[in-house]
Ligand binder design. Structure first.
Ligand code: COA
Length: 446
């Protein structure tokens, strides 16, 4: 059968597609900007027909009834490995739970773990070309792995999705059903950087030399640093997430990817999340290579890049150097995503560096983000054994190889000045450092 006829044969309506899901099944969903909004909106409408369906998601963009509505209890349970705003809101209702993992292992650990079935995969793709190939477009973290293992594969076809290149192709013969829903893409504009974020951007830019390859994580700070890199030459990108800031650097001639070790001449990433500017940029762009998350985020692959610099952000860091980026105490906030993968990978690289940058305070300056010990229940995203460089708007703390006393000193020196004395006393009080033989003030003058 020719590919066009095969496509028409597999095309069904959105309600019919969700009708393929049965009670007690497990549903895997494409993540972030590649989530299928039509199918996910429909899912909650099948509540009365479905019981005990587990839905496996990551960084959802939309606000869907099957997630938000308390009456979904017993019908859908959400397993999520990176919370978005909606999941944070409903976590306390007990219908959602976080899956701890690393991005490069996200699919593998789930599929080969104890609950290893994905009965139905719900994803998105571009319309097919004349040969029947579609592009998985904005998401390749685990989507292709799920297509390979799911019993039923359903793709939502959206002509607004960019045709991205790399390992993104899927053929109509590999898919069971397609539905059509040509809606606008989710927009995720970067925040305007605060003064503190600009200061952090300045410090980080000083650590990035010409010819470096960068990973920029999710959150305000990684985006805030891009304007500070405009004078650099021949930067490269090897990241999990493509962002708007990278487009600005490319258009300014700063990113050339010319001096990269791997995929020379190409930006490499696993998913794209930003505004239409980014989606237009990645469309049919031979200079942008999408690879699966198991490849882009394998620390051993990342580490092969020369001068690989990873830049991620966090919520709290304690004086051991334990980094918490995913919870506020016991309240789960986001996920590890690729933070530990890239932090480790950068340190395997010749001349590489793993940077965690955070504002020195939160909640309008009332809380220090540098603390003696992490808040009770905080989840460690980067363990103290792996931590490299911490940056705040007050400077840079290079923690590798330092004993805990010296880590505490280095971190107190980049804490907000209003909290430094209190931090020092707190660290001594709990006995992490019983006595600072070198006064913090002396260190300040060095
Ligand atoms: N104590 C209490 N609340 C804190 C806090 C602290 N130490 N630090 C931050 N917060 C609050 C902020 O006030 C803000 O609250 P609000 O939403 O009510 O304003 C909220 O937490 C988010 O903080 P913010 O710094 O604005 O977040 P961000 O959008 O810049 O994202 C992370 C920062 C760390 C949450 C985000 O980068 C993340 O989830 N990272 C984890 C994984 C990762 O980096 N992976 C790599 C890419 S896949």
């Amino acid at each position: 059968m020719n590919p066009g006829d095969l496509y028409l044969q597999k095309r069904i309506s959105i309600p019919e597609a969700i009708g393929k899901i049965q009670s007690h099944q497990s549903v895997g969903v494409a993540m972030a900007a590649s989530e299928p909004p039509g199918l996910l909106t429909e899912l909650g409408k099948h509540r009365d027909r479905l019981e005990d369906v587990s839905v496996w998601i990551c960084l959802p963009m939309g606000s869907y009834h099957f997630v938000l509505d308390p009456s979904m209890e017993g019908h859908f349970f959400i397993e999520n490995w990176f919370y978005g705003a909606a999941d944070r809101k409903v976590h306390s209702q007990g219908r959602t739970s976080y899956i701890p993992n690393n991005l490069h292992q996200a699919a593998t650990r789930k599929l080969y773990g104890a609950k290893n079935r994905v009965n139905v995969f719900l994803g998105s793709a571009t319309p097919p070309d004349a040969r029947g190939y579609m592009s998985l477009s904005l998401g390749l973290v685990l989507e292709k792995q799920l297509i390979e293992v799911a019993d039923i594969v359903i793709l939502e076809i959206n002509e607004n999705l960019p045709w991205t290149l790399g390992d993104t192709q899927v053929h109509i013969s590999e898919v069971d059903y397609v539905v059509e829903n040509h809606v606008p893409l989710p927009q995720f504009p970067p925040d305007v950087p605060s003064e503190a974020e600009e200061a952090i951007g300045g410090f980080i830019a000083e650590m990035i030399e010409d010819g470096s390859t960068l990973q920029l994580g999710i959150g305000g700070i990684p985006n805030a640093i891009t304007p500070f890199l405009m004078h650099r030459k021949d930067l490269g990108i090897h990241t999990e997430m493509f962002t708007d800031g990278m487009v600005d650097l490319y258009n300014a001639g700063v990113i050339t990817n010319r001096r990269k070790t791997l995929w020379k001449g190409k930006m490499v990433g696993a998913f794209a999340l930003g505004t239409q500017k980014l989606y237009d940029f990645v469309d049919n762009n031979l200079g942008v290579e999408f690879q699966q998350g198991k490849v882009t985020n394998d620390p051993n692959v990342i580490g092969k890049n020369y001068r690989m610099i990873s830049i991620n952000t966090a919520l709290q860091v304690d004086v051991y150097g334990q980094v918490c980026s995913q919870s506020i105490g016991c309240r789960h906030f986001s996920g590890t995503g690729g933070q530990l993968d890239t932090h480790r990978g950068a340190q395997l690289s010749d001349q590489g560096r793993g940077i965690i940058a955070l504002r020195s305070t939160a909640k309008g300056g009332t809380l220090s983000t540098i603390v003696p010990v992490l808040a009770e229940g905080a989840e460690v995203t980067v363990p103290s054994q792996d931590v490299d460089t911490i940056v705040t708007e007050y400077g840079v703390a290079d923690l590798k190889g330092l004993c805990v006393r010296d880590r505490a000193l280095a971190l107190i020196n980049i804490a907000h000045p209003d909290f430094r004395e209190q931090l020092k006393e707190g660290v001594m009080r709990v006995g992490i450092v019983p006595k600072f033989s070198v006064p913090v003030a002396w260190r300040d003058k060095k």
